[in-house]
Design a protein around this ligand. Structure first.
Ligand SMILES: *Cc1c(COP(=O)(O)O)cnc(C)c1O
Length: 230
């Protein structure tokens, strides 16, 4: 299957999930995750009209960003080591994986030095799996308050990763948990402006994530493909 066909099929499934849940399709943004593919393929993704590009490691992203960074909007979606902040700052407009104070401090310092405001999602480990990064849900409010004064970090929402399950349906409670946490934080007025965004849903579970309120889905294999499927 080529890229155009995959995009059409994914868009159809997004629209159907929106219809089922009574949401306007414009609320759902797609990040095309290019971590499995070459720079050439990433260029085709941009040619196809997709503009949000996701990478999870600077080592994988570097060549692609150097070639294509002037096009599209770049999202850093993977675990971010503090010593890699200097590499990604000013290149990635969105960081989906803000999960600790030391990282917030480093982002704040680097963004301030460049005169930038970086958009972030606070990553929360809703499923509680040991293997997942992210704050425990009960830590989120205190963390948000702690970084409230960091004027070069704008937290726009929350991000989570669901465990890999045999059926997408099994992930529903994780996505619902993230939405309910966001709504709770907004009710408590933890942030100056309400958190609007939810980054959740990947190739195997994006429809359930949309039904539960995702505003950003991160799609790699199903959309961009893996290299050998080019
Ligand atoms: C790789 C990755 C994705 C996309 O994975 P697919 O299952 O291929 O869609 C999404 N989010 C993160 C954080 C990733 O690392």
């Amino acid at each position: 299957m080529n890229l155009e066909v995959r995009i059409q099929e994914v868009n159809k499934r997004i629209e159907e999930a929106c219809l089922r849940s009574g949401r306007p399709a414009e609320e759902v943004n797609t990040v095309a995750v290019t971590k499995y593919v070459s720079t050439d393929m990433a260029a085709k993704v941009l040619d196809s009209g997709l503009e949000n590009m996701g990478e999870n490691r600077w080592q994988n992203a570097e060549e692609k960003w150097n070639a294509l960074g002037h096009r599209g909007i770049w999202h850093f979606i993977g675990h971010l080591q503090t010593n890699k902040v200097k590499d990604v700052i000013g290149k990635f407009e969105y960081i989906h994986s803000l999960d600790r104070l030391s990282l917030a401090k480093e982002l704040e310092k680097s963004a301030a030095a460049k005169g930038l405001v970086i958009k972030t999602f606070v990553q929360v480990n809703i499923s509680g799996e040991d293997s997942k990064y992210g704050l425990a849900p009960e830590e989120a409010a205190a963390f948000l308050q702690e970084i409230q004064s960091f004027s070069h970090i704008k937290v726009i929402g929350l991000m989570t990763m669901a465990p890999f399950e045999d059926t997408a349906e099994a992930t529903r409670m994780v996505f619902r948990g993230l939405r309910e946490l966001r709504d709770d934080l907004n009710r408590q007025g933890v942030t100056q402006e309400p958190l609007t965004e939810l980054s959740m849903g990947m190739s195997n579970d994006f429809e359930v994530a949309i039904e539960e309120g995702a505003t950003w889905i991160r799609l790699g294999s199903i959309l961009v493909g893996k290299q050998e499927e080019e």
